[in-house]
Design a protein around this ligand. Sequence first.
Ligand code: PML
Length: 314
Amino acid sequence: MTEFDNGTDQGLPSPDPAEEENPKTLYNIRMRASVNGKHCSGGEEILAEKDLEDGVARLFKRGFESPSPHFRKDVSISIRVEGVAPEKLRRSALLPVRQLDSDDDQTTRSFIRSFLHLSLRQISVDHEKATQNILDCIDSFLRPEAAAMWGAIILSPSGEKIPLPDDGVRTTHIGIESQTRNDLLTSARSNGISGRRFPEALMLASKVLAQRQVHLELCISDDPTYTTGYIAGKNIGYIRLPHIKRSGMTGGGRIYLLNKSPDEEELAALITELKESPFLFEKTAPISPPQKLTDLLLTCKQELECHPIPSSPE
Ligand code: PML
């Protein structure tokens, strides 16, 4: 018997469950599914020990059912369960949500350009150039031959791509309290938002924007049928952007724009934080109704003026 083994597999009596279970211990479960090596589904949760089996079953079902029945025999699912060190867990609040009322990709593009102008004034010396660099980056995601991106790219305040050790950064280790999830889903439904992409994207963006060095995140799904993306910014929250791309486009990606060019150590620390530090969301924030382009820009301008960020030289 090893020091980690409680002996129950050898037919020895089980220890008293009261001694065994620590109801306060939390676990992170992460699932990734692929078909013939191509990623098809993923998900994660942070749960107490008593809820672990249900969580594993839920994520397994999601991965298993993600390919159509014809391809199920080729599915490969990995599920990883890790204890969360209580001193590392950050309990946090979700970002408030705003929505652009847009019927087409031109309107959405125009909002993004104007929003970037506004927002980049807070951090960049040359906000015109930085805006153009970010728009170019969005265009590169949407080229017809563009492949789905594995992780987020990181940009300096001027919108230049920062070379990363891996192909991109994947933000993980996030979970949500079940009451907070219910509140969020209820509020999403009453605003006409359904599906699991929105709550998951909101959690990811809330963790990303909680990092001191990140000024904003922009996301375009690589799912050709999912055309709503978002920008999340400090002091602004999460802005849902319908028609960020046209239906049928297979490209997509995530951008994390920093408020200061990092040195090697700062970059490594940020990547480790995004990849490894556990975040549990226990508070939701309001979802505002969709606003027309000019109204939403005005709201953003007012918010940014109320919370100016001292500009940090690159
Ligand atoms: C993805 O998971 O492919 C990105 C999802 C973006 C969700 C945007 C939203 O619905 O608010």
